[in-house]
Design a protein around this ligand. Structure first.
Ligand code: FAD
Length: 365
């Protein structure tokens, strides 16, 4: 039976980024159910880095990740504009107040100077200039390549079916293949995080997947090249320009789902287009592409990194919600320091990992 220091379950961005940081220091294997890593949430994102997205308790992870993403060439300027109608003034104020003192620069602007054809009632705007496109595929591939270069093994088509702790080792069942042994089991299984815990005999944390829909549109006029990511401060849509004059649009839906291969529903596509047409006077000419993915949240909507206090050798790296890619470098560095029991790298040293500890969901009485 092959034996490793660490077995990571899931080769999405969470598992891949953690593997890249840990592989130089420990023997690791990544077990991935699918034949292609990134088949689930990681391959279905809207691909932006926004310091405000996910709220003020996620922002330190996103902001800390910015330099690493930028140094690797994974970011391209985009900008983000939150828009609102007159009745949304309190929401705009609350949004500005949430990030006051955070270091994120937000400017109140007239949205009509930025979005041509914006309907008259959208009078309020807040611009976040730092928002950027992320090259998700490039980032994910780079993490996996780093892990491999340091001896990490990636086993595709290898779903963990169960795991039993005997002494200080996990014996991990991967179906017909030879089981794998590891001292530490990392649960980076995205929407399946609770299921993976349960089949290792660990109590779930309540990590729940929610479906989100995306459509790629042709519009007339085509979105201007310099259009930022445009979102409703009320959280009912966002859209952003893409290469070749295309537009990506989401109704910002969050629909309860089971873990699986999420598919878009016609109704959600229709809702997205209806909302879009109430924002700008552009015509939707064609839906070129549609997809959906699962965003998985812990009950308090913050990610979970750390050893489970009730299960020796079981480490959570889950609940990345809608921000798993933009936070990946910092999250991986923070999680790796907990996993290896070493001091965190300087760029995450100011972030308190206790905020994300699984302990917050466990009664230790
Ligand atoms: C529509 C949409 C838009 C988004 N936009 C953004 C964005 O702009 N910016 C951003 O930062 N984030 C965004 N996100 C969120 C981001 O995609 C996720 O937070 C992130 O991809 C989660 O990564 P993950 O590795 O935890 O999950 P996944 O990518 O789902 O990976 C988990 C992996 O675990 C594997 N697995 C499950 N069970 C087992 C098992 N038993 N054995 C072995 N393998 C197993 C699965 O096959 C899967 O490959 C978006 C998400 C969606 C759906």
């Amino acid at each position: 039976m092959a034996r490793y220091d660490i077995a990571i379950i899931g080769a999405g961005i969470a598992g891949a980024s953690l593997a890249a940081v840990v592989a130089p220091h420990a023997s690791i294997v990544i077990l991935e159910s699918e034949e292609r890593p990134g088949f689930h949430a990681t391959g279905r994102s809207a691909a932006f880095w926004s310091e405000t997205y996910g709220g003020p308790h996620v922002q330190p992870l996103t902001s800390a990740s910015g330099d690493a993403l930028s140094a690797g060439g994974f970011l391209d300027p985009l900008g983000a504009l939150q828009i609102g109608r007159r009745d949304d003034a309190a929401k705009i104020d609350a949004f500005l107040a949430e990030f006051e003192g955070s270091g994120v620069i937000l400017d109140a602007v007239d949205p009509h100077g930025i979005v041509p054809g914006l309907r008259a009632e959208w009078t309020l705007g807040v611009l976040e200039r730092s928002c950027a496109y992320i090259d998700v595929a490039g980032l994910h591939a780079a993490f996996l390549a780093t892990a491999r270069r340091h001896g990490g093994q990636l086993l595709l088509g290898s779903a963990m079916r169960g795991a039993v702790r005997a002494g200080d080792l996990w014996r991990i069942d991967i179906g017909n293949d030879e089981p794998v042994a590891a001292t530490i089991l990392v649960d980076a299984a995205g929407a399946w995080a609770d299921q993976v815990a349960a089949c290792a005999g660990v109590a779930p944390l309540g990590i729940s997947p929610f479906r989100r829909t995306m459509v790629q549109l042709r519009t007339n006029p085509a979105p201007p090249e310099k259009l930022p990511l445009v979102s409703d401060i009320g959280g009912t849509f966002y859209f952003k320009p893409e290469a070749g004059g295309r537009l990506w649009l989401s109704p910002h839906d969050e629909i309860t789902a089971e873990p699986g291969d999420a598919q878009p529903e016609e109704i959600d596509i229709a809702i997205a287009i209806d909302r879009f047409e109430r924002v700008v006077d552009w015509q939707v000419e064609r839906v070129e592409h549609r997809w959906a993915g699962l965003r998985s949240f812990a009950p308090d909507r913050l990610p979970v990194y750390g050893f489970d206090p009730t299960a020796p050798g079981f480490f959570w790296c889950a609940g990345q919600g809608g921000f798993g890619i933009q936070t990946a470098p910092a999250a991986a560095a923070l999680a790796a320091s907990l996993l290896l029991g070493v001091s965190p790298e300087a760029f995450v040293a100011a972030i308190d990992p206790m905020r994300y500890a699984p302990d917050r969901f466990r009664s230790l009485a």
